[in-house]
Design a protein around this ligand. Sequence first.
Ligand code: KIV
Ligand code: ZN
Length: 387
Amino acid sequence: MAHTDQIVFFDTTLRDGEQSPGCTMHPGEKLRFAHQLAALGVDIIEAGFPIASAGDFDSVRTIAKEVKGVRIAALARAKQADIESAARAVEPAQNNRIHTFLSSSDIHLEHQMRMSRAQALDLAAESVRRARSFVDNVEFSPMDATRTEAAFLCEMVKVAVQAGATTINIPDTVGYVTPSEYTAIFRMLRELPGMEGVIFSTHCHDDLGLAVANTLAGIEGGARQVEVAVNGIGERAGNAALEEVAAALLVRRDVLPYTSNIVNTQLYPTSALLAEIVDHPVAPNKAVVGKNAFAHESGIHQHGVLANPLTYEIMTPASVGVTATTIVLGKHSGRRALEHRLTELGHTLTREELDSVYHRFTELADRKKSIYDQDIVALLNVHSAEP
Ligand code: KIV
Ligand code: ZN
């Protein structure tokens, strides 16, 4: 396959995302969310880890039966029972994938897997071959890839590709890598012989707050699949946030000239649906979808945004599915913002009236953290009651 500029979005909200505390979902909720992911335009949904429980198996199988137009993947350790379970679960999908993984770092092999490097190479090859006996589309992940010695990582990737892996994912399992290191890993792997038809994938955790930056760095290194989760949920500090990667590709086309199937106006509705389903509120300052992402409180910013939103907004709220910019009235607000809100509430004031109400407003805002419309109307009433 020729190297393209199309970025494949692999959503792992229902698998890695669900593994985070407070994010467990019932099968009905997973199905509802999977339909929304399809509407959002993701290319692949990692629907779960079928061997983990009967409930997860049923959930993946139901999604594979009912959600159309998107590839359905299931996770499996490099174990026969896992791979067979994943194969049965994704079997009803029009397009499916088995995603199998095995640790590659010495720290994991020695302390967790108790396995030599040679044994790990054999097992990786055997697992990919087994997965390929069920489906044509197999992803292999050397877990903890970014803490794996480079030469051994190359060996493991080579055996997985020779055994039939079509996508190679490079997980930054513990959120350790830096952007330039991650770019270099993809460049190194893509240079290996036999990698021509292989799609490389990012999978970044946010332990150092670098997951989105690392994902973009992976693309720079030649990765063409990104593994992401809505609202950035996932193990520990979470996974790279889908909406942030999509927004970066939308806003910075000048330096990130890639296409994808993501319907950007579905970003906020998808985030809101997930927040409704899981017990995990979106932080107000969360990029793109947080309640303050398009809110302006300072007078200088409000003045600019009221004159032209592009003064302080790098994307329109509508472009990511948010219905309005919020002008938040508080102690940093100026006369212009107050006048704007009063006009919206149906009150047109003379300059002197506005000055007087503004004076009272600043006194109130010093005392009260949140100013509501009722407070403003009350100020107006005090003003008109004055002799
Ligand atoms: O973070 C990780 O290494 C994973 C693998 C299962 C891909 O989630
Ligand atoms: Zn992960």
